[in-house]
Ligand binder design. Sequence first.
Ligand code: FPP
Length: 248
Amino acid sequence: MPLFRKSAPQEPEVDFTALPRHIAIIMDGNGRWAKRRGLPRTAGHAAGAETFRTIATYCKEIGLDYLTVYAFSTENWKRPAEEVSAIMKLLKKYLLEAIDQMERDRVKMAFFGDLTPLTPELRELCEQTKEISRHYEGCQVNICLNYGGRDEITRAVRFLAEQCAREGRDPASITEQDISDRLYSAGVPDPDLIIRPSGEIRTSNFLLWQSAYSEYYFTDVLWPDFSKEELHKAIASYQKRSRRFGGV
Ligand code: FPP
């Protein structure tokens, strides 16, 4: 009989009555996950898409109001054509399934990003998913597609500058709220918690404006291995923090 027995790792305590309202996730590490298994990177994205399904379903179950995921950035077009096309195929598959199960799942879907460079078919699927789920209440899932934080802010600034020139509006009257209202996320509260798996500790152009007071959670776990337990750890960590929003 050993004197010291290793205790089972403790499940983190999550207070499900005080969840963050909005969680955003950078789904990173798919490529490394595949490489470690001797698989093509595209297999990592397929596994990542499965993890997204699991986590999105769970977020709805626990009553999260908003989940935002970074699926494809404005910079991701630099990847090999084959990889880009594989990610687009996974998105198409996901959207077709989502449309199929919409009345059952009742998750409101939105897309952050400039969808114009997507194929007309994918754009149409995004439009349909958004339209069908428009009136659903409860959980809202935002998929960032061809999204970049700098691009989003540039577009908002351009719009406001044009408005000033066109309508003679005084630029001094532009408020932070005016900028927020011109972002893809208009009307969605800023993320409380941003999770980045895979060991990378940077924001990578994700929700630059909206993350001003977000709490970050970084983990070495690769996205395809991310689980409900990992989500619990992130939420438990968030719940221990004291958010001061610049105050004391
Ligand atoms: C980052 O990992 C991941 C992406 C650029 C693509 C994410 C896409 C999916 C999870 C699939 C489609 C999405 C949905 C919503 C169905 P990486 O490739 O940069 O990983 P690495 O850093 O290990 O190379």
